[in-house]
Design a protein around this ligand. Sequence first.
Ligand code: MN
Length: 401
Amino acid sequence: MIIRGRALPLATYRRRRREAARLAQRHLFGPVPLLFLGCDEHRLRRERQDPWFDYYTGCHEPEAALLILPSGESTLFLDPGDPKRVVWDGKRLRPGQGRAVFGVDRSLPRDRLDDAVKAAARAAGGRIAMCTRRSEPGFQAQAMAQWKAKLAPEILIGNAESALIRQRMIKDADEVAWHREAIRRTRDGSLAVWPRIPRLTSEAEVAAALEAEYRCHDQAPLAFPSIVGSAVNGATLHYPFNDQPLVAAAPLLIDSGATAGGYCADVTRTIPQDGRFGRGLFREVYSLVLASNQLVRAAAKPGVTIAQLNEVAWKPITDAGYTRHHGVSHHIGLDVHDPSDRDAPLAPGMIISNEPGIYLPKENFGVRIEDDLLITADGCEELTAAIPKDIAAVEAAMRPR
Ligand SMILES: [Mn+2]
């Protein structure tokens, strides 16, 4: 029996589910059942498991669902699939195996889900709560909308996110260990590929080389689609194409990340394609972005808000006459942009990005430097410290070996 997913101890998922029931009761509209939907086969293979469902189950079986009652009792629904499809799609876990494999209180066939949800909702006065966000891959806004249509008007469906995000914002030691592993993969890939860049000819070659390194461990998905922007393309914040020739000796912006155990690395480096920063505007702008990045690192500690980090980050950049285009920080976890309460003060166990940038399309380049910070008791740890960013360290890492 091959079990995919389940990156953390079963006790962790159990604790999370019980805590979710408590949080929903306290922060939503009284005792309410929680429903989480796993992805279908297609999305599971091409993207990844829905992060909310993954967070509470670790289950990577297709078409699975989780129902948590206000009492904390949890039922996992597994789709046994069509037995005639086994030779095409491979074997799935049987519904009866869910209890032992995922540590839930009960497991049932997926075709029992509708009735179970309706019964749970009726017992709670006609309400359930789900989690959905629209902008991230893996989130199933469409599946949620289908459920809303199916259950309306008799059952009211609330969004549970506001109650549950406080759970996901604090990472335990196992989660931090997976995050470190994702960063280690990202570092190893970067250090393997950077020295080859002066001899590569296209953004696509750089992206493919990095992604091969990131994924060779266990075919883990990328944290997000890589951004590899040469010259002016580095000034496009969400450059999605990676299809242009490298412009000789120009700056190259690489925003990418491996995953491990579902946890995302999110790292940006801007490096000179010929391995030398030179003496021109690129070095000047790079130094300014690096100084901003270092100020944010020094300021990130418990009690500080992300709004305050933005003030710290952008002041030297706007004082120098450049424009602020985006926020300097977001939470990172199972999602590269993890759900979070952006007004909440930082606390130990949070992992956030630190990513100031300056974008100069008229000068044909952009610079962003992005690290991942773990908030500690009295400050922060720069988890990405082993990925070079000081000018001398980048030049050394790019020298042919
Ligand atoms: Mn980021």
